[in-house]
Design a protein around this ligand. Structure first.
Ligand code: DCP
Ligand code: CA
Length: 412
């Protein structure tokens, strides 16, 4: 039984819109949409002020629709550099509270406060203290959730937005979390929700109390796994960015020539990126314990998600399983993706998966590396990987760098 943890999740309220209202008093108290300039390149709203929300406007909505819903809304251009600076200041405040801080997007972060609870006088003091500092120093509000797991903390921060603080103890889970609809669980997107609804599961209580066998039958291990998540029985580590000074990581990313919202195609992209990273790890004789996935959407909204391995690995199947798992949990279905990136950190000198005579996979890698050298990363893929990971392999793979004729010929 792992020892109990206390995780804090912080999410800035209407982040870009609040920053703009702060900078320009004329915008205060008004419906403001950031990022979507009508008639300009960005076609969706990145952030809507709370005054715009009663009209039904929200982040990700096409600008035209937002204009129709609220004709007097004010549209302002996004200023990424300004938000990034403020984001760094929020992270600096969090680092004062605990050294276990993991930013997960420009305006969200997880903080493991297990070890500093006593020092700061408990959950409420930490939550209130954080909100006060953000208000005093940055003149912005945020919403905070504190709970035994990351998922519950994130759900907590969403419960009383804006300017909320929600503390969820194990005893509160049934009262606060169970009545919510399943789509409130981070990672349950529209298609997963639909599949759960088809089984008659619409609330988190129904999910938590469903027959694990039935869930297993429909979703494999992810079914019972999800039950543990919503019950607060399953957590994963908060992984601080960089894990201390001087940390190195090995990573790769790809910007696609055309944004894609096709999960099967994105899967192929992701596999190729993982293969490149695994290969670089092998070449440097390194293995890593943490994988970070970056998803940049077509509107430049960028999120990162991390997961740790119990043992360091450079095995591309291990890495891909985790990378794809993170993608599936977090991808906003239907949103065009512009870039995918994978990096592996907390590096050590050798793989924990020892190479031995019986490990035929590890013997295969040098062979594959040589083939990829010759024919390019995009074309060589083990058939076993394809069988395992792709039900319908696509044969039209496009990257920003076009395939050479030689590659195309071999690919056909
Ligand atoms: N963002 C973006 N494009 C999107 C969604 C978000 O550029 N499609 C940016 C702008 C947001 C910031 O990321 O301000 C944070 O996203 P949130 O979903 O947390 O939205 P807000 O902070 O604006 O609102 P909330 O108060 O609901 O958290
Ligand atoms: Ca936010």
């Amino acid at each position: 039984m792992p020892s109990p943890q206390t995780i804090l999740h912080v999410d800035m309220d209407a982040f870009f819109a609040s920053v703009e209202q702060l900078r320009d008093p004329a915008l205060r108290g008004k419906p403001v949409c950031v990022g979507g300039i009508p008639g300009q390149d960005r076609s969706v709203v990145a952030s809507a002020s709370y005054e715009a929300r009663p009209y039904g406007i929200h982040a990700g909505m096409p600008v035209g629709q937002a204009q129709r819903l609220c004709p007097h809304a004010i549209f302002v251009r996004a200023r990424g550099g300004v938000y990034l600076e403020i984001s760094k200041r929020v992270v600096a405040i969090l680092n004062d509270i605990s050294d276990r801080v993991e930013p997960s997007s420009i305006d969200e972060a997880y903080v493991d406060i297990t070890g500093v609870l006593k020092y700061w006088g408990g959950t409420e003091a930490i939550g209130m203290g954080l909100k006060e500092r953000v208000k005093r120093e940055l003149h912005l509000t945020c919403s905070v959730g504190i709970a035994p797991t990351r998922t519950l903390a994130k759900m907590g921060s969403d419960l009383r937005k804006p300017d909320g603080l929600t503390i969820i103890t194990p005893d509160d889970v049934e009262r606060l979390i169970f009545p919510l609809p399943v789509q409130k669980v981070p990672g349950i997107g529209p298609s997963f929700q639909e599949a759960l609804n088809a089984l008659g599961i619409t609330t988190i209580r129904q999910l938590a109390e469903a027959d694990p066998q039935a869930l297993f039958k429909r979703f494999g291990v992810n079914g019972p796994h999800l039950q543990d998540v919503v019950r607060g029985k399953l957590n994963w580590e908060v992984v601080p960015e960089g894990e201390g000074p001087g940390e190195k990581s090995v990573g790769n990313s790809r910007t696609f020539s055309q944004d894609s919202d096709d999960p099967e195609q994105l899967k192929i992209y992701l596999l190729t990126i993982v293969q490149m990273v695994a290969r670089r790890l092998r070449e440097a004789d390194l293995a890593g314990r943490t994988l970070t996935l970056t998803i940049r959407y077509g509107d430049f909204h960028t999120v990162t998600h991390r997961k740790s391995f119990s043992l360091a690995t450079n095995d591309e199947n291990d890495l891909f399983r985790v990378a794809w798992g993170l993608f599936e949990e977090n991808y906003l279905l239907g949103s065009p993706v512009r870039l995918l990136g994978v990096s592996v950190s907390r590096l050590s000198a050798r793989s924990a998966r020892q190479t031995d005579l019986f490990d035929k996979e590890s013997k295969l890698y040098p062979v594959l590396d040589a083939l990829r050298d010759k024919f390019g990363e995009d074309v060589i893929r083990r058939s076993s990987t394809l069988e395992v990971h792709f039900r319908k392999p696509k044969d039209n793979i496009h990257f920003s760098k076009p395939l050479t004729n030689e590659q195309r010929r071999r690919h056909d």
